[in-house]
Ligand binder design. Sequence first.
Ligand code: NDP
Length: 243
Amino acid sequence: MQKQTVLITGASRGIGKSTALLFASRGFRVFLNCRNSVDALKELQCTIQETCHTDCHIVPGDVGDPSCVRDIFQKISQVCEGVDILINNAGIAHIGLLMDMSDEDWDRIIHTNLSSVFYCCRAAIPHMVSRQSGRIINMASQSAETGGLAASPIYAASKAAVWCMTKSLAGEMGPYQVTVNAVAPGYIMTEMTRNAGYRDDMVPMKRLGTPEDVADVVGFLASEDSRYVTGMIVDINGGTVMR
Ligand code: NDP
């Protein structure tokens, strides 16, 4: 059977790294991306090759820049036909007041969190359509619904747009048997949220989330078990928002 290929953006640490380790442990061919932390990406590549003995490649680049995304997919095409599973995880947060934010802050957050999803989906979809199968999993956020506790309005807006794009694209991709879903993590302890002031007692389950808590749900959405699930936003939050 042909090896399934997964691209995980923002895989150098946090949720993306845990997700990469999960897919590698399941035998997928893994492409790892991030923008700046190329040494961390190389370290993860070595770990995966040594412990999981699976095919692992690094494709660094800014996914908020369309020309970088073209380069990333060009590199992927030198190794295989395309990406079967796309995980749009790369993201940045910005804590601060809207009145203090610059035009550059707006552009940076929107390009990284939202435009990247468009650029990567556009590049990945033709292969999925031709195979009549595929999985796209987007990283939304609890803040897309609540506005967020520590997140800026720009961050919350970017994630709300990802949420809506997920549903719209799921409709478009349905006839091709490509599922498109998103996850909405709550308070997950990573580098991004280190100084956000999250506490265990803010969560009904009395603990903050871990990157693995998110990765396991992403793994389910990428699996055959979720073949009839599309256009969904799956909350991963220990009960902080119940719908
Ligand atoms: P981290 O800050 O730990 O990791 C973010 C990753 O994204 C890093 O690998 C970073 O690498 C990469 N990245 C950032 N900008 C770019 C870019 N332009 N191009 C390519 N890679 C980029 O964050 P988390 O693991 O916490 O977050 C992962 C995702 O989950 C994000 O989309 C975040 O918004 C979302 N999320 C997180 C929550 C949480 O509580 N932690 C809650 C809800 C959603 P580098 O800096 O080296 O480029």
